[in-house]
Ligand binder design. Structure first.
Ligand SMILES: *Cc1c(COP(=O)(O)O)cnc(C)c1O
Length: 392
């Protein structure tokens, strides 16, 4: 089928909840994709930070395929070697204690919310279930994670939302202190807000926040669904702050392209969820966890992470060297990059796509790049050429 035929099929039969580009990808290798009409694109999006090792990486494909020929699914009444090994790696790399596997970012955050509320209930009883999140955050699309998301546009239509969330501006420790009343059990924050506009949390703020949470036994939860797994040049975004959260959530880049989410509890709350209190039919799927193990073993290598930092800086420097007049500023870490632009981000996105480059937008004025962590310098150069000319 060609692109028009695939589009027609979609328009006729699928809920039109996405503003899609007129592109139907059919095959890819690393950061290069071919669509249904045979047109080639450079990919600066990795499927919104999901294809950490690019399209159809050989090692990842082999890990997934090998497992696929043994067992495709078993239910969670049984033990799984690949899930156990993946959890072991995540625990070792994060310094946290225990992992729960689900299937998406929203589901990971839902789990973390349950965990935080039960921790507080066990220790302090009722009336301490409020969770503070940051303005401009994004935590997911379920009814509860929409409520957790600190953006008014997401609090429409689907009433009643889950209660017990309040929002404070990021990087304002006084506002946080004031909001941290007796009824608060947890704070959620992204180390870098992805959907909200590639907004960095200050290191000092993170340290103060850690202190504040410790003083009041409020759990600090980092939503690392987008920043985790090497995206920022460290395995986890929180490593930039020199502190540790009590709970971390992961999803996007963890599976390298297959659906997985996880929340990881530190020592305070590692025993909080016992038998029968949480579950997921598809969680810890052996094929998915086998792929994730390959992702982790590759990405966690110090040389690999150093390359992520280097390539991120190289992208920024190469774009800026071409004096793109529409760029007002640039921010980010590693290969999570935001160009703040003047003009319509939508128009730039379409202009890039027309010229064979895939990019993302974020917030109201940001062109966001989340290239596969394995992207080659040759692919970067090709993409930068297009991006810089579009932003001129
Ligand atoms: C994408 C994202 C989510 C939601 O993940 P889904 O897998 O789409 O449910 C949650 N938090 C952050 C920070 C994200 O970037």
């Amino acid at each position: 089928m060609n692109t028009n035929e695939i589009m027609a099929l979609d328009h006729e039969n699928i809920m039109q909840t996405y503003g899609r580009l007129h592109i139907a990808p059919v095959s890819g290798k690393n950061a290069t994709m071919v669509d249904a009409d045979g047109k080639t694109y450079i990919d600066f999006t990795s499927g919104i930070g999901v294809n950490s090792l690019g399209w159809c990486d050989d090692g990842w494909t082999k890990a997934v395929e090998t497992q696929l020929h043994n067992l495709q699914h078993m239910c969670n009444y049984f033990y799984s070697e690949s899930a156990g090994k993946l959890a072991e790696q995540l625990v070792k790399l994060s310094g946290l204690k225990r992992v729960f596997f689900g299937n998406s970012g929203a589901e990971a955050n839902e789990g973390a919310i349950k965990l935080a509320r039960k921790y507080s209930l066990d220790k302090y009883g009722k009336g301490r279930a409020t969770i503070i999140t940051l303005q401009n955050s994004f935590h997911g699309r379920t009814v509860t994670t929409l409520a957790a998301t600190g953006q008014d546009v997401f609090h429409q239509y689907f009433y009643p939302f889950t209660e017990g969330f309040k929002y404070v501006p990021a990087n304002d420790i006084d506002a946080m202190r004031e909001a941290m009343t007796e009824d608060v059990c947890a704070v959620f924050a992204e180390p870098i807000q992805g959907e909200g506009g590639v907004n960095l949390l200050d290191e000092n703020y993170a340290k103060e926040l850690r202190k504040l949470c410790d003083e009041r036994d409020v759990l600090l939860v980092f939503d690392e669904v987008q920043t985790g797994i090497g995206r920022t040049g460290k395995m986890f975004g929180f490593e930039h702050f020199g502190i540790k959260p009590d709970i971390m959530t992961l999803a996007k880049g963890l599976g390298g392209g297959l659906p997985i989410g996880a929340f990881i509890a530190g020592e305070k709350c590692e025993e909080t969820l016992g038998a029968g209190l949480h579950g997921s039919t598809f969680g810890a799927n052996p094929v998915v966890t086998a792929g994730a193990l390959e992702v982790i073993s590759r990405v966690s290598a110090p040389e690999f992470l150093a390359e992520v930092t280097k390539k991120g800086q190289y992208i920024i420097d190469s774009v800026m060297a071409k004096s793109p007049t529409k760029v007002k500023s640039v921010r980010g870490r590693g290969m999570m990059i935001g160009f703040v632009v003047e003009g319509s981000t939508k128009d730039y996105l379409h202009a890039c796509a027309d010229s064979g480059l895939l990019v993302l937008t974020a917030g109201k004025d940001v062109i966001r790049l989340l290239p596969p962590l394995t992207i080659s310098y040759d692919e970067i150069d090709k993409g930068v050429e297009i991006l810089a000319s579009v932003l001129k």
